[in-house]
Design a protein around this ligand. Sequence first.
Ligand SMILES: CSC[C@@H](O)[C@@H](O)C(=O)COP(=O)(O)O
Ligand SMILES: [Zn+2]
Length: 224
Amino acid sequence: MTAPERATLEAAGRALAAESARFAGMGWMRGTSGNLSVTLTRNPLRLAVTASGLDKNELTGADIVVIDRLGEPVDIPQAPGQPALLRAGLRPSAEAGLHARIAEVTGAGAVVHVHQLSAVLAGHYFPDGVPIRDMEMLKGIGHSAHDQTVTVPVVPNDQDMTVLGDAFEQAYVPATDDVAEVPVLIVANHGIYAWGADLLQARQHAEIIEWLLRFKVETREPAR
Ligand SMILES: CSC[C@@H](O)[C@@H](O)C(=O)COP(=O)(O)O
Ligand SMILES: [Zn+2]
């Protein structure tokens, strides 16, 4: 591993730990729920993802695992004479495969998965997708605040990340020349995935969508 690659991985670990603590503080990573990733390289696709089963409020920068495009762990050899960058014996998030699929399909630089209650409620009330329109906050996910319906896709939960990844690809609403992509996915009875060019943008998308979904479940207006 070269010095720049090492620096990139170190920075990714620090950023993932800090973002995890922030989300945990918002109540969106209760228990050991939720997981975050950043894209390290595209060719081949490599992501740094939070390790499985840890309290996401207490991660250190070493509590991450490097994964490939299928979500499988990639061995990072320890550089002689250098301190270990990653804690030994960690498994990648159980949902690493879906992170990798989202990063591959959308080109995202970061993916966040949190267990927002409003997303689960919205998926419950709108199982065919959550239609949102005429809200100023839509601008925060790159859409118009007027006269356009943005439908947030909802897919069934599954423990097999290939099944979830296929469902995501079918439901994904990519950008057109005129309309931005929808950078979020609700997994029914589970939580939400949001993504962006980097962790900051992915976080902002998660925050914006939480507000919009909360509005939807509190009003429950089918046409809005
Ligand atoms: C209450 S933990 C739920 C998990 O199974 C999963 O959905 C989750 O979000 C965290 O899994 P993890 O493997 O720790 O990344
Ligand atoms: Zn989850």
